[in-house]
Each structure stands twice: as C-alpha cells, then as structure tokens.
Design a protein around this ligand. Structure first.
Ligand code: C2E
Ligand code: CA
Ligand code: CA
Ligand code: CA
Length: 278
C-alpha cells in the first residue's frame, strides 16, 4: 500500500510537471505570437431591431497559431496570469479603434466598437492612459468606443473599479456591463456604477423561450434597464424564437449567431456595407 501511494505521488508529480511545462510553452508562444502579429480581431455585429441596422460591433480576439485559430478562452486566462494581458489589451484597443475610424472614413454609418478589458487593466487604472492616447492617435470620437467589463471584475475591487469608470466616462467613452446576471449583487451595482449599457448573458437568453421563470428574469432586467436609462443588449441570440421574444420584450440590441457570428475584418466590412444598402 505504501509502495502504491508512492507511485501515485510520483505520477501526480509527473502530471504536474507536464502541466507546468505545457503552460510555459504556451506562454512563450503567446509572447512570440504578440510580437509576430499572430493575434487577430474578429468583429461581431450588434443589431438594432428598432432602426433595423447594425449600430455597433464587439471586437473579439483570436490567435492564429500555425494553422489553428485559438479561442480567447484558451489564452486570455494565461495572459492574465502572466501579465501579458497588458500588451494584449493594448493591441486590442489600438486595433479596434483604428478599425472603427477606418470604417467611418469608408462612409459606413456611425457605429460603436466595443472592447473587452481585463481586470488587470482596470485595477491599476492603466487603461485610462492607454485609451486617452489611442483616442488621440486614432482620432476616433470617444462616444464611439465602448469598454466592456464583467460583473465579476467590478466586484473584485469596487472602489478602484468605480474610480476607473468615472475617469473613462470623463473621457467620453461608453461603459458596458458584460455577462450580466452571472455574478452577485448585480442590481445594486447597476445603480452605483456609471454604465450606459448592460449585456444579458447568454445563459439567460438560452432560457427565454419555453421557460416561464427564465423569461420573467429577462423581462425584469429589460424593465430595470428602461427605468435606469441603460441600453440592454442580449448576447448569444441563436434562434428566431429568441430574437422575436427579446425584440418584443423591448431589448435594444441583439447580438448572436442568429444575426451574425464574429467575422474577420473583411467579411465584417462587406456585411456592414450590405447592411447599409438595405
Ligand atoms: P464575451 O465577452 O462574453 O464574448 C461573447 C462570446 O460569445 C464570444 O466568444 C462570442 O464569439 C460568443 N458568441 C457570440 N454569439 C454567440 C452565439 O449566438 N452562440 C454562442 N454559443 N456563442 C456566441 P469568444 O470570442 O470565444 O470570446 C470568449 C471570451 O473571451 C469573451 O466573452 C471575453 O470574455 C474574452 N475575450 C474575447 N476577446 C477578448 C479581448 O480582446 N480581450 C479580453 N480581455 N478578453 C477577450
Ligand atoms: Ca464581451
Ligand atoms: Ca458576454
Ligand atoms: Ca463571457
């Protein structure tokens, strides 16, 4: 039994070593990937059922690693742990703002661009300087940039987050609460923080059709948004039934595969041009 225990510990240690090794390799590759411009932004359109146009896009990062497109779920957590996220977010904000400006200069209708910022950018207020500088360089109207922060991020350090948000608002940038409903005390935070937009998490959108309680929750959130003057976005909308329900319920913006998946920049440009010609 003792022998067996030792073997178990041994193989456990081997697995640990293997995991550490893989992680280091990934970190090394990601660092190189950043230098070699292997990161790409995809853009997912946000549709207004009211005006029947695309009024914004969300920038979502991918990593072209060899012949594989790596999803952010695989490398964002690592980037956050290692501090590489600062460089990554830097690149995302620059690229997204430059692209938004380019679309504007191509005479597409006014459109906002949303970027996701990590907790780390928020905590040290570093994103203020970054965004100020990028707005200046890109000459993008601050109103056209939206910063998405998750509910859980806000919760981690409410005081710091609030200060950063107020500074972002002073720059004229929009604030969006991402993944709404997945954390705690959402409601009180909505009142306390200067959000102009709230994104109902996909897990709720999944339940609006055929689930009375799920539908009631979403109705309540939309009602709350109206009362507080906050724009409501439904994310992860995949079906016509969901689309119809949410539109009828008064949702301001629809984002999801039903309307369009995230698109590479050229495909998105084409999409926006067609949308314009409707
Ligand atoms: P998120 O911000 O909640 O983004 C929404 C995710 O849902 C995206 O996954 C999007 O591709 C996916 N999605 C959109 N519509 C649908 C749909 O109808 N059905 C389904 N099943 N999925 C849909 P993605 O692009 O893999 O991104 C995952 C997460 O990675 C994002 O969640 C965000 O938290 C993070 N992320 C993505 N890009 C960045 C970035 O540039 N910086 C940072 N810090 N985080 C990012
Ligand atoms: Ca987001
Ligand atoms: Ca989200
Ligand atoms: Ca999410």
């Amino acid at each position: 039994a003792k022998e067996q225990g030792r073997n178990q510990i041994c193989s456990y240690k081997q697995e640990m070593d293997e995991a550490v090794r893989r992680r280091l390799a990934l970190e090394h590759d990601l660092r190189l990937g950043l230098e070699r411009n292997e990161l790409v932004l995809y853009y997912q359109p946000q549709w207004s059922p009211h005006s029947h146009t695309t009024v914004g896009v969300e920038a979502l990062v991918r990593w072209r690693r060899g012949d594989r497109m790596v999803s952010p779920a695989e490398f964002i957590p690592l980037a956050e742990e290692t501090g590489l996220i600062l460089e990554l977010d830097d690149w995302v904000v620059r690229t997204a703002c430059a692209q938004a400006k380019a679309w504007q200069e191509a005479n597409l209708p006014r459109m906002t661009v949303s970027v996701n910022l990590s907790a780390r950018q928020f905590k040290n207020g570093r994103c203020i300087e970054l965004i100020r500088e990028v707005l200046q360089q890109s000459e993008l109207e601050p109103e056209l940039l939206k910063v998405e922060v998750t509910e859980s991020l806000v919760m981690q350090n409410a005081e710091d987050a609030l200060m950063t948000m107020q500074q972002l608002r002073q720059l004229g940038v929009g604030l969006s609460m991402d993944d709404f409903g997945t954390g705690y005390s959402s409601l009180s935070y909505l009142k306390r923080f200067p959000f102009q937009q709230l994104k109902i998490d996909k897990s709720f959108v999944d339940n609006v059709v055929g689930d009375r309680e799920g539908a009631a929750i979403v109705q309540a959130v939309i009602g709350l948004g109206k009362t507080l003057g906050i724009q409501i976005v439904a994310e992860g909308v995949e079906t016509m039934a969901q689309y119809n329900y949410l539109t009828l319920a008064g949702c301001d913006l629809i984002q999801g595969y039903f309307f369009s998946p995230p698109l590479p920049v050229d495909a998105c440009t084409t999409f926006l041009q067609q949308d314009h010609n409707w």
